[in-house]
Design a protein around this ligand. Structure first.
Ligand SMILES: Nc1ncnc2c1ncn2[C@@H]1O[C@H](COP(=O)(O)OP(=O)(O)OP(=O)(O)O)[C@@H](O)[C@H]1O
Ligand SMILES: [Mg+2]
Length: 511
């Protein structure tokens, strides 16, 4: 029997799968739907944006990093939105859906941090980020200020303001996303943060903001698996790290990590491969197959005479990073202490003036038993000698008797030196260690990712300040690699020698 138009309207266009429903049920201010590829994340985000489209003054925006990536999301919205709201219209020029009520859903990109300003003065009730780990913290957090409701003079309806994200692990934002959503609690648990702001009279007002992480798995997306049973097989074929990230939603292993070899705990797999049977505790005691170790007392024995260095990367709005290093008689480096100018927010600087920073550095060097009375060799970011804005930062430092020589800022050779330092010899001894307590280094080094623009380099939009001070230090005491990196076999898709075969017998015969 033919359906009436009304019955036709009752068709189910889309219904959430159980995990999507869990994500869409959450009432926290921020929720992130993340984990494995193909979990139905982008669909959930697109549908979530529709929740308030019956309110005329509702405004939503969905972000992807680049416009090309956004077009995938827009294409899917063409299917879902026009089925759900046949009268809704998409405006290509404005990248905007207009719904019969007057509500609008925009699509936006933020390829560069400066693109944030495109959203200045705008406001949105709902803000969604697809592939959140492609964004930096600055880009994401800027949008908090754009997330506010508006009243309409002719409407009594009120909108609800909130933010949603969806993502796979990996990408430049992997570090802050992991710290904000994944590390603090088990998936599905509300993470509450109390923030204090001051009213104009200076009275503190405390605000609690909640957020939550919902773990997606490709197995949650039955629709996809039914439609494309081969998809699991395609994921299984990926290289190990990428597979763990994309199939299992593992946040600890991902492609693009720059210092994969850094070990905060003994690497038992490598140790076993080299025939070591010791426990992790024993390896830590022996300082083998590990970089982070218990501090050595530098006031006793021969360690009293080790050379001390200070490495420094300037920062104001971003953290500054100052580290002290000891060099033993074999030339091994120890990162012994650090002073890192960061607020509780990742990559946000304390905004201490150079004066404040060097006063504090000088105080530590006067008072700390490992540093007191020592001659300290300083090495720093060469840009601190810049005099274009008056007194250089290096001159300010000198006033506090904190002296530096300019660090070698050749980036790629510098990073190679960092890699050489981390290499383990066949017994599991590296040529640098980090004392427990150097928390900024231990936290940020595993987060460093390759640059997509300059493949050999590290992505500079991340929290790379401890990495930079470490690089200046390594360049001050350069070393040779332990062994040449394993040579990969040349694999030409069109092997030039094959191309010549048969065509130039004289040349091939002469080989
Ligand atoms: N509730 C649903 N009903 C029907 N199909 C769905 C549903 N959720 C997702 N799908 C389909 O599954 C496929 C994958 O979903 P989606 O693109 O949302 O996954 P994803 O987690 O964003 O994947 P990726 O990690 O690749 O970005 C899409 O083609 C989508 O149409
Ligand atoms: Mg997606």
């Amino acid at each position: 029997m033919k359906k009436t138009p009304d019955e036709e309207d009752q068709r189910v266009i889309w219904s959430p799968q159980p995990k999507q429903a869990e994500f869409m049920r959450r009432t926290e201010y921020e929720a992130l739907y993340g984990g494995a590829a193909g979990g139905g994340k982008s669909d959930a985000l697109l549908i979530e944006a529709l929740r308030q489209v019956d309110i005329p003054h509702y405004r939503a925006i969905l972000f992807r990093k680049t416009y090309e990536q956004l077009s995938e999301l827009i294409d899917r919205s063409q299917t879902l939105y026009s089925l759900a709201f046949p009268k809704a219209k998409y405006n290509d020029g404005k990248h905007m859906w207009r719904f019969p009520s007057g509500a609008k859903i925009f699509f936006g990109n933020m390829q560069y941090a400066k693109d944030r300003t495109n959203y200045q003065g705008k406001r949105y009730d709902f803000i969604g980020f697809d592939e959140l780990t492609h964004f930096t913290w600055e880009e994401y957090s800027y949008m908090f200020s754009r997330n506010r409701p508006s009243r309409h003079p002719r409407s009594s309806k009120k909108t609800i303001c909130y933010m949603r994200g969806a993502t796979n692990p990996g990408g430049v934002g992997h570090g802050w996303v992991k710290e904000r959503f994944i590390a603090p609690a088990e998936p599905g648990t509300t993470i509450s943060e109390e923030l204090t702001i001051r009213d104009p009279d200076g009275k503190p007002i405390s605000i609690v903001r909640d957020r939550v992480f919902i773990q997606a798995s490709v197995f949650d997306n039955k629709a996809l698996l039914d439609e494309d049973p081969e998809y699991l097989g395609s994921l299984a074929l990926l290289p190990e790290k990428e597979r763990k990230a994309l199939l299992e939603g593992d946040w600890d292993s991902y492609e693009g990590q720059y210092f994969k070899e850094f070990r905060a705990a003994p690497d038992l797999n490598a140790a076993r491969e080299h025939g070591c049977t010791e426990s992790a505790e024993e390896l830590l005691r022996q300082r083998r197959w590990v970089h982070v170790i218990d501090p050595i007392d530098l006031t006793h024995g021969e360690a009293r005479n080790w050379t001390i260095y200070r490495s420094y990367d300037f920062g104001y709005a971003r953290p500054f990073s100052c580290a002290w290093w000891a060099v033993d008689f074999d030339g091994t480096l120890y990162r012994i202490l650090e002073m890192y100018g960061c607020t509780k927010v990742p990559n946000e600087g304390l905004k201490w003036t150079p004066e404040q920073q060097f006063k504090e550095i000088a105080r530590v060097e006067r008072e700390h038993p490992w540093l007191r009375g020592k001659e300290i060799l300083g090495v720093a970011d060469p840009s601190i000698w810049d005099k274009s804005r008056g007194e250089s930062i290096a001159e300010t430092a000198a006033k506090w008797r904190v002296y530096f020589t300019p660090g070698d800022n050749e980036r790629i050779p510098g990073w190679m030196q960092c890699h050489y330092r981390l290499q383990f010899d066949e017994h599991g001894f590296p040529r640098m260690y980090v004392f427990k307590g150097c928390d900024a280094f231990i936290r940020t080094i595993p987060l460093m990712m390759y640059s997509t623009a300059k493949p050999e380099d590290l992505d500079t939009t991340q929290e790379d300040h401890a990495a930079d001070d470490w690089r200046y230090m390594c360049m001050a005491r350069p070393i040779a690699p332990l062994r040449p990196p394993a040579q990969k076999e040349l694999q030409f898709i069109n092997d030039p020698l094959n191309q010549l075969k048969g065509r130039n017998d004289r040349w091939t015969n002469s080989r």
